[in-house]
Design a protein around this ligand. Structure first.
Ligand code: HEM
Length: 136
């Protein structure tokens, strides 16, 4: 839930490109062949109509439903060309997080300035300064 919520607020891939190879009709929408389409993942992940008024808040509980699968959550893209490494990436993140939390108390430094920026992927502009205090 924590990893999902972090990927929702700060999706590393903020835009997904697609191109149509044939004319497509989506409901009333006509999409001509050759059109370049950019799917705005960052905006979709922060949309209050899709996520509620707390869309910009860190609330991992929103992922508590075990059956959560939704087209509004796209950190690894969607469809036949979605990320082939997503299961590996999530497992790796869970292992690293579990190892860190079992050995350290983690607190954020007062020098930390929250300033995410988009440079192809999304990154913390001034880094993330934390204190790691051994638990044992
Ligand atoms: C947090 C980590 C990762 C994120 C957020 C991420 C995100 C993405 C996204 C957004 C796409 C494009 C999907 C689309 O256009 O629908 C993608 C594609 C891809 N990713 Fe990842 N990825 C991650 C880790 C990995 C890892 C660990 C691997 C390999 C071990 C990997 C391999 C790939 C490959 C090969 C594609 C291209 C798939 C295709 O075009 O068919 N990714 N990833």
């Amino acid at each position: 839930m924590v990893i999902n919520e972090s990927l929702r607020l700060y999706p590393p891939a903020t835009l997904l490109p697609r191109m149509t190879f044939q004319d497509i009709k989506l409901g009333d929408l006509h999409i001509p062949k050759g059109l370049s389409i950019w799917i705005p993942v960052l905006q979709i992940h922060h949309d209050k109509e899709l996520w509620g008024n707390d869309a910009n808040e860190f609330n991992p509980e929103r992922f508590s439903s075990k059956s959560f699968t939704s087209s509004r959550f796209l950190p690894f893209g969607a469809g036949p060309r979605n990320c082939i490494g997503q299961t590996f990436a999530i497992m790796e993140a869970k292992i690293i997080l579990a190892m860190l939390l079992s050995q350290f108390r983690i607190t954020i430094s007062s020098t930390y300035r929250h300033s995410p920026m988009v440079v192809l992927t999304i990154k913390p502009k001034h880094g993330i300064q934390v204190f790691l205090e051994p638990l044992h």
